[in-house]
Write a protein that binds this ligand. Structure first.
Ligand code: LLP
Length: 398
């Protein structure tokens, strides 16, 4: 699908997604666990544009929602409550009530305080809420510190000892049904050992609790599997499954997984247009795009690397460039010290692997409007989100 055609039709900056890539990646993870009872709960936080969520649903996925808003999106995309797990470190009472009233598969509780609140809310409704207890296994995911979540100094979950204690103390609460243990140690994990270790830690506790008569149903092992942003090999879905299953050992329990990035990351590109090219002292050039940190904040926030490629190649000589966006700060840089044939003003440039944590993290800084999004399926492009207008933006203001 020529990106130039899509950019001409819908303008830039523009997110473009490949439905075929999403389907292939979903199936790769699903197939890797074939033979072991599992369900994939796609992490909506990675990309929750409705059409993408519906596509995942059509592939057989279930979902991990991290807010009341994501629960609503899941329902509107056609998921039923038992297909939704509700995760998140600061679930409000109204979000918990929503999840309890719906009857989601599990509310993954992060603390004693949250379990107390769930119990109280469920009792008031004369029901029992299905909960998972999130364990913080104190494992270093060896990813960027901003997206590592499994160390005891991180705000997530409770220690293994506290989890054991909570499960035993809370098991007879009339408002609670403790059905699972949960762990998620980080994102963009490229080294499978922490994932194996987390599975092993959670499985060991589950064995103990099962032996003590707590009727746990499943283990939720979170998401986290990384992708290659720079072309160096990333772990395969197969290797990921082997690591997880090795960690579980001989335990006889079904698993829930919450992959996000791995499924949608490589399926999306941010297409931008060159607005200006200007020399820097020392011979480098600035390639200045009409999209930047407002559309894709990952390079700024995590020092993340995304490949940046001209959409149409030119014969111009390769130059050393900094690829920057339009925003009013120097942190608005999508790529530093890149080599590319010097583009001309008006050329299109694609920022690759932007399907996860791209559009969902966009902002209106500088009164910039949210980009449009296109999903290509079976060779046909569909506009799945129109570009926000300044009127849309101002409509909220009183
Ligand atoms: N489950 C839980 C409880 C999570 O917190 C996350 C991600 C996932 C699943 C999905 O993880 P994944 O499979 O996508 O790695 N904005 C950051 C990533 C933040 C991830 C937050 N939690 C980035 O752009 O790198």
């Amino acid at each position: 699908m020529p990106l130039a055609e899509l950019a001409a039709a819908h303008g830039t900056p523009l997110y473009v997604y490949s439905g075929a890539t999403i389907a292939a990646r979903y199936r790769a993870v699903d197939d890797a666990f074939a033979g072991y009872p599992h369900s994939l709960h796609y992490a909506l936080k990675a990309n929750s544009t409705l059409a993408i969520v519906r596509l995942l649903r059509s592939l057989g996925s279930r979902v991990d929602a991290n807010s009341g808003g994501e629960i609503d999106v899941a329902l509107r995309a056609g998921f039923i409550p038992p297909e939704i797990v509700f995760t998140g470190v600061a679930k409000t009472d109204s979000e918990l009530a929503q999840a309890i009233d719906l009857g989601v598969k599990t509310i993954n509780a992060e603390s004693e305080g949250e379990l107390e609140r769930i119990d109280a809310l469920a009792r008031r409704r004369q029901t029992r809420a299905r909960v998972a207890v999130r364990v913080n296994p104190d494992i270093d995911a060896r990813s960027h510190p901003h997206i590592s979540t499994g160390l005891k100094t991180n705000k997530f979950g409770v220690s293994i000892d506290d989890a054991r204690d909570l499960c035993l103390r809370m098991r007879d609460r009339p408002g609670l049904e403790i059905v699972a243990l949960h762990a998620h140690v980080g994102s963009q994990i490229m080294d499978l050992e922490p994932l194996r270790g987390a599975a092993a830690t959670v499985a060991a506790l589950a064995r103990e609790l099962l032996a003590g008569g707590l009727p746990l149903e499943h283990l939720d092992l979170g998401g986290g599997l990384g992708i290659s942003y720079d072309g160096t090999p990333a772990p395969t879905a197969q290797a990921y499954a082997e690591a997880i299953l090795a960690g579980l050992g001989d335990i006889d329990m079904s698993i829930v997984l919450e992959p996000g990035r791995n499924i949608v990351g490589p399926a999306g590109a941010l297409v931008t247009r060159v607005v200006d090219v200007k020399p820097q002292p020392g011979g480098k050039q600035f390639v200045i795009l009409d999209g930047g940190m407002t559309e894709l904040i990952r390079p700024m926030l995590y020092n993340a690397f995304h490949r940046i490629e001209p959409v149409v190649t030119r014969d111009s000589p390769e130059a050393l460039v900094d690829v920057v966006g339009p925003l009013c700060e120097s942190s608005d840089t999508l790529g530093k010290d890149r080599r590319m044939p010097t583009p001309a003003v008006g050329d299109l440039v694609a920022v690759l692997d932007a399907g996860a944590y791209g559009a969902v993290m966009a902002s209106n800084y500088n009164r910039r409007t949210m980009p449009a999004e296109v999903l290509v399926q079976d060779g046909r492009p569909a506009l799945i989100k129109r570009r926000q207008t300044i009127d849309d933006l101002l409509a909220l203001e009183l």
